[in-house]
Design a protein around this ligand. Structure first.
Ligand code: HEC
Ligand code: HEC
Length: 345
């Protein structure tokens, strides 16, 4: 087990920190509750005690998520790379930010990110509140400064009543912007998929035969649920599958955060919800289709010195690979989303 990247001690530390900092319930102070579809656990939503979810914060955060004024040249918003139409991810290999600048990683989905212990592929941000400031000030994403973006939002008069409703007064600060965006993100949830209706809803007709066989493989011969486990299909920690490790200068992932040898090339296990919409796949977007992903696992990943011990050759037949893909496609939620109309100045 030594290649599983997070030690028991640090997991305990994380849980302890959250036990102190997190309100366990998705029920907010104002009685507002995130609508949890079938299959999700409301109590697992990670909401810090200093930023309880309220309806007004969610509403403000939704506007900010889609506001290009958070970027330096007014062309990029969060949804440029986390588009609802693509399962809150992007249809490109790696992100393209301000002025066409390319980053090195594929945008993960924002769906169900409120359940994660860590944000980013390498887990460098513990909370959504910390995460939200990252892209704004990233020179190849939104290219702004936190001060500049704060000023840009503060100069929009029509935001004032929204800040007042959400925070008690009209003051615009980056902390408030981040708190509102994080609150909105916690409402971007996906459940009630065919898999949920089959498993949690006991609707035996919800999955077709191929998907049913695929579920059996997912939890058995194909070993997927060793890491993609629980209602959000993620253990929330970091593993090396070898993706990109053949490159001249591979992205070392979690190693950049911990400096621990065993973390070289390890990335966070992503949720598989709405996976049919969020391709291309993996932290570098190197796998175009779910068929390619399944082939990759079937080969036993990409051999390298820190390959996770759970990644082994699977010996799946052509039919079994197709069944697994059918199961992955049963993980689409039934949510609908409409983009807000941007506020006028
Ligand atoms: C130019 C593209 C781009 C823009 C704009 C962008 N993101 Fe991202 N986002 C990414 C990429 C790429 C990652 C993964 C980066 C990494 O892991 O190092 C990411 C990661 C995330 C994550 C972590 C998800 C997870 O499962 O770990 C969240 C949440 C997120 N972004 C929210 C936002 C918000 C909120 C905004 C707007 C303030 C935003 N993003 C703007 C590309 C973008
Ligand atoms: C050892 C833990 C582990 C096992 C076992 C595992 N996965 Fe993964 N999975 C991960 C990690 C970690 C990533 C991200 C890796 C990266 O980008 O470098 C990932 C990524 C994925 C992705 C791409 C997700 C995205 O948003 O880009 C899919 C799809 C996927 N896995 C499906 C499967 C299937 C199907 C199986 C079983 C055949 C499986 N996984 C087995 C840990 C695992």
């Amino acid at each position: 087990m030594k290649n599983t990247s997070l030690s028991a001690v640090s997991i305990a530390a994380v849980f302890l920190a959250w036990a102190v900092a997190a309100a366990p319930s998705a029920l907010a102070a104002d009685g507002y509750a995130v609508q949890m579809p079938l299959g999700l656990q409301a109590g697992a939503l990670r909401t810090p005690a200093d930023n309880p979810i309220t309806k007004d914060k969610v509403e403000l955060g939704k506007l900010l998520f889609f506001d290009t004024r958070l970027s330096k040249d007014g062309t990029i918003n969060c949804a440029t790379c986390h588009a609802p139409e693509f399962g809150f991810a992007e249809p490109r290999k790696v992100s393209t930010g301000i002025g066409g600048a390319k980053g090195g990683r594929n945008a993960p989905t924002v769906i169900n990110s409120g359940f994660s212990f860590f944000q980013f592929w390498d887990g460098r941000a513990p909370r959504l509140e910390d995460q939200a400031k990252g892209p704004i000030a990233n020179p190849i994403e939104m290219g702004h400064t936190l001060e500049g973006a704060t000023k840009a939002v503060a100069s929009v008069n029509s935001y004032k009543p929204y800040f007042k409703a959400a925070f008690g007064d009209e003051a615009v600060t980056m902390d408030r912007i981040a708190q509102a965006i994080a609150s909105f993100e916690r409402t971007v949830v996906s459940g009630n998929s065919a898999w949920d209706r089959y498993t949690a809803g006991h609707d035996k007709a919800a999955l077709g035969d191929a998907a049913k066989r695929g579920l059996g493989l997912f939890e058995g011969k194909a070993k997927c649920s060793l890491c993609h486990v629980g209602f959000n299909l993620s253990d929330g920690i970091f593993h090396n599958l070898g993706v990109g490790m053949g490159a001249a200068e591979p992205d070392l992932g979690r190693f950049k955060v911990t400096g621990q040898e065993a973390d070289k090339g390890a990335f966070k296990t992503p949720t598989l919800r709405d996976i049919s919409k969020t391709g291309p796949y993996m932290h570098d977007g190197s796998q175009a289709t779910l068929e390619e992903v399944v082939d990759f696992y079937n080969r036993g990943g990409e051999p390298n010195p820190t390959l996770d011990l759970k990644v082994v050759k699977l010996g799946l037949s052509t039919g079994e690979k197709a069944d697994l893909v059918a199961f992955l496609k049963s993980l689409d939620g039934d949510w609908k989303f409409s983009r807000p109309v941007p506020l006028p100045k």
